[in-house]
Design a protein around this ligand. Structure first.
Ligand SMILES: CC(C)(COP(=O)(O)OP(=O)(O)OC[C@H]1O[C@@H](n2cnc3c(N)ncnc32)[C@H](O)[C@@H]1OP(=O)(O)O)[C@@H](O)C(=O)NCCC(=O)NCCS
Length: 209
């Protein structure tokens, strides 16, 4: 890919590579979605995309990733990295922003195939995009949100230095449900792993900074 250097951007940590996906990567990511992201009684996502029937979920997953790339704008972007561990696509770590050059705040969201939970991968991939945001893009803060019954996501946030930032209310599977908002200031972040950013200079303008 010569004309869109964004597609060559990579973040690396000791175990992981985060990059924008090829079509084959998306095919593999769809396998992870199909194999399950959470228990059937749980819904960690504000947009309940994992409730789609099995015959639709893989294509929906692929189309979503293509759509956020297709609608990328420097003043409003969503960078959904795929996460590769030991040569396998294991999940997705997203980071996005609106008017980053002025607001200097990013938001994140993520998921891993269920087989890969609880091994520290979620912490490592979030640390990678936070380092990218603060050191690479000059962000001053990062926000996240998680339903109160999502201890894994909330623990990852708290381990990385986020502080509580109030609550939101959402309709989830027909019920009024609270989510906790979390905010991390640049000064409070110390990455637990070394992170390298490759290929940012060629595409920095794509992030509105
Ligand atoms: C959220 C997610 C990405 C985290 O990834 P992960 O690799 O499982 O996270 P890690 O292993 O790095 O850390 C999880 C932490 O939560 C803790 N945790 C997990 N389940 C827990 C529970 N039921 N009660 C208390 N703590 C719990 C773990 O002990 C670990 O903390 P520790 O390192 O101090 O022991 C992953 O669990 C996931 O994909 N979940 C489903 C999708 C999702 O919830 N996405 C986020 C939406 S806001």
């Amino acid at each position: 890919m010569r004309h869109w250097p964004l597609l060559r951007l990579q973040l690396t940590t000791p175990r992981l590579t985060l990059r924008l996906p090829t079509l084959d990567d998306l095919d593999e990511l769809a396998d992870r979605a199909l194999a399950g992201v959470h228990g059937p009684d749980e819904m960690p996502f504000a947009v309940p995309w994992t409730d789609a029937p099995a015959e639709e979920l893989p294509r929906n997953t692929i189309q979503y990733h293509l759509s956020v790339l297709a609608t990328w704008r420097p003043d409003n972007w969503q960078c959904n990295f795929i996460v590769v561990c030991d040569g396998q696509v294991v999940g997705s770590q997203g980071i996005g922003a609106t008017d980053l050059g002025i607001a200097r705040e990013v938001h994140t969201g993520s998921w891993l195939g269920r087989a890969y939970h609880g091994k520290g991968i979620g912490t490592e991939m979030r640390a990678a995009v936070l380092h990218f945001a603060f050191e690479g893009l000059g962000a001053e803060s990062a926000v996240s949100a998680a339903f109160l019954d999502n201890p894994a996501s909330r623990t990852v946030s708290k381990k990385l230095g986020y502080r509580p930032d109030g609550f939101g209310v959402r309709a989830r599977r027909g019920l009024r449900t609270l989510d906790e908002r979390l905010r991390l200031n640049r000064a409070d972040f110390v990455s637990p792993v070394p992170v390298e950013i490759h290929g940012l200079d060629a595409c920095r303008d794509q992030f509105g900074v």
